[in-house]
Write a protein that binds this ligand. Structure first.
Ligand code: ADP
Ligand code: MG
Length: 654
């Protein structure tokens, strides 16, 4: 039921192409280009009440027309007056307007009110017409944000044409009633009202209906995904209740209450014949690895294999080490598969996996390759899941009959966003941190205090500490804050006595692994790195992290970086070293970062500042179709949509 764009008056092949490349594929899709705002043109306001920064709709008599020309640029100035006062109207580079205005004639104007340098107010580039019809006088007029290369007026005209055929849009029934307890407006009525409003209240109802529709459709898709997943027959023969005790007893430490609760939930999932479908998230350093290790141990006891997918080689190797430490006392072995295994070795490992001889396989994307085949894949663990797409984790799951899925995320996700983005998963939060961690302090350091900061860093190292120095780039020319330049400067300042190494993504994998190992061992006590150390790297003796040019990083990224320290008993420090030219809003963000050490609080703040995209990483593609609805502000509606969408099936825990 689609109508080609060229069916519209004023749309030829070229324009149609342009619209298509902006994601508007047919006439019906135009109706989903919602206005970004509305101009109330029912009644003009008195000119005297126009206020800077607002939009104004006025009617007045033209008193003066003047203008200037600078080369190709023109400025047209018109003075307009009503009973209450007068205001200037300015047009830049619209020379054709010159003939539009005659002194003594009345016109309607609608546009932005701007304060001029001298303090006076003007209307800047407003819509203007002598006849009310041309400006939609008497109505509420929608405002659109057209794609590049398309004029707003033309877009409005095409949408109006599309609206004439709105009855061809299929209906879409919604459960329940609207927020006022009245029946939902129909989809067609809502579209009509949204593009051609009749009154404020009805417009509000129309927009509420369309927002709810988006949220409901998204939740229904998640519910469908979940029920497909849950309907498959899972892995049998697992006995979590008996397996878990000895595995936990063999750990070098007692789990925290949060880890314990996550383990209980996982044990429950593994006891069921339906595949587990769970997200465990919690702040950096809360100890998610242990939780995954125990799950893998339970699965291994039942004779099944576990695949752990990690985003980088450094992390995959760290997982290998951690799992070996946590599980080898219980006799569960593990191998690591990364792109850097020599091919003979890789073939040997692959044949051991295929032979079912290794219970746990950790790897990077290399795990997804067809040559890695599991005869008995019972559990898939995806670490730092925001680094992967849903397709990748599905690909790994596809290597088993219907394996359990455990997803880990160190980016704490506010609940509303979790419901929208991870709504098909059960969500467990680990709210606490392992005991015995020293306090961690974050300080924003002004450039003038940098020398003192470096002295402080040197003192910490002399007392047995270790420092990360994170730089925004590797060796960008002229960037004194690049990793290479920073390492050179620190060497010149005598830091080479501590052992300095550089770590960045362009280094060979072997060198990277070796560098991290030397830092861990203490041969290198200053690691100058790019954000390759952002996720996961776990070196408990590190107690200082200096972040150069911190305004170049997002809040959640800064928090991830900060998570590299504070993993041991020593007090630790995160030093955000300013360049000195930070914009006020960047400074405000950094002060927020310094004030909140709690990842959840910070994530809420980040969500408010930058919207969901940053937080979700690649998962942002998991929020399709939200044009009007915003999980941040439509929380109650999201919960209702969710309850309704999952009404027929079990709702995930969250
Ligand atoms: P993350 O949740 O960031 O992945 P990790 O699993 O890497 O955190 O754990 C961080 C550090 O805390 C590791 O060194 C780990 O051994 C340690 N750890 C985890 N759980 C506990 C616990 N219950 N008691 C003491 N130390 C713990
Ligand atoms: Mg981790």
């Amino acid at each position: 039921m689609t109508t080609p764009l060229t069916a519209l008056r004023g749309v030829g092949a070229r324009t149609a192409e342009r619209l298509e490349s902006a994601g508007i594929s047919d006439v019906e899709a135009l109706l989903w280009q919602f206005p970004i705002g509305y101009d109330d043109r029912r009644e003009p306001i008195p000119i005297a009440s126009a206020a800077a920064g607002e939009r104004a709709f006025v009617r007045g008599v033209v008193r003066r027309v003047g203008g200037r020309r600078f080369g190709p640029r023109t400025t047209l100035r018109v003075t307009v007056e009503d009973d209450s006062g007068s205001i200037g109207v300015v047009y830049f580079n619209q020379p054709y307007r010159r003939t539009q205005f005659t002194v003594g004639e009345a016109h309607w104007f609608a546009g932005d009110v701007v304060a001029e340098r001298g303090g006076g107010l003007v209307l800047q580039n407003p819509d203007a017409a002598a006849s009310g019809d041309a400006l939609g006088v008497g109505r509420i007029v929608p405002r659109y944000a057209p794609p590049d290369g398309i004029g707003a007026t033309r877009l409005r005209d095409w949408i109006a044409q599309a609206l004439d055929d709105v009855d061809r849009v299929p209906p879409f029934a919604l459960p329940g009633a609207d927020p006022d307890g009245e029946p939902w407006l129909s989809r067609r009525d809502a579209l009509r009202e949204c593009h051609r409003p009749t009154d404020d209240r009805r417009l509000e109802r129309a927009r509420a209906r369309l927002r709810f529709e988006e949220l409901f459709a998204l939740q229904r898709a998640l519910a469908a995904r979940r029920s497909r997943f849950v309907a498959t027959h899972g892995v049998d023969g697992l006995e979590p209740a008996t397996a878990i005790g000895p595995l936990v007893d063999a750990l070098p430490f007692a789990p925290t209450a949060g880890q314990r609760a996550a383990l209980d939930a996982i044990a429950g999932d593994l006891a069921s014949r339906h595949p587990m479908h769970r997200l465990v998230h919690g702040d950096v350093g809360c100890g998610k690895t242990v939780v995954a290790a125990i799950a893998a141990g339970i699965v291994a006891n039942g004779g099944w294999q576990t695949a752990v997918l990690a985003p980088t080689e450094v992390l995959a190797e760290q997982w290998g080490r951690a799992l070996a430490a946590l599980l080898s006392p219980s006799g569960v072995e593990c191998v690591v598969v990364t792109g850097r295994l020599p091919s003979a070795e890789r073939r040997a490992v692959e044949s051991a996996i295929v032979g079912g001889r290794v219970p746990i396989v950790v790897g990077t994307h290399a795990l997804l390759s067809a040559s890695v085949a599991f005869p008995r894949l019972g559990l898939v663990v995806v670490d730092e899941e925001q680094r992967f797409g849903v397709a990748q984790r599905d690909r790994l799951r596809g290597k088993g009959p219907a394996p359990h899925l455990l997803v880990l995320s160190a980016t704490p996700i506010p609940r509303t966003l979790a419901l929208a983005a991870y709504g098909d998963l059960d969500v467990t939060t680990i709210p606490d941190r392992p005991p015995g961690r020293g306090p961690r302090k974050t300080v924003v350091v002004e450039p003038t205090r940098a020398p003192g900061m470096w002295t402080f860093v040197a003192e910490r190292i002399e007392r047995g500490g270790r420092a990360f120095v994170v730089c925004p780039s590797i060796d960008a020319e002229a960037a004194s804050t690049s990793a290479v330049a920073t390492a050179e400067a620190l060497t010149a300042d005598g830091f080479d006595r501590f052992g300095i190494a550089v770590l960045h993504g362009r280094m060979a994998s072997d060198t990277k692994a070796e560098t991290v190992a030397r830092f861990r061992a203490g041969d290198v006590r200053v690691l100058v790195a790019t954000t390759v150390v952002e996720v996961g790297v776990d070196v408990p003796t590190a107690d200082v992290i200096v972040i150069r040019s911190p305004s170049r990083f997002g809040l959640s990224q800064l928090h991830q970086l900060r998570g590299r320290v504070g993993r041991g008993e020593r007090p630790s420090w995160c030093l955000a070293a300013l360049d000195g030219d930070e914009a006020p809003d960047a400074l405000a963000r950094l002060r927020l970062f310094a004030a909140h050490d709690d990842g959840f609080r910070l994530a809420e703040a980040d969500l408010d500042i930058r919207g969901p995209g940053e937080l979700l990483g690649r998962r942002q593609h998991g929020l399709p179709g939200l044009r009007l609805a915003d999980p941040r502000t439509d929380r109650a509606m999201l919960e209702r949509a969710r309850a309704a969408a999952f009404a027929d099936g079990a709702q995930p825990e969250s």
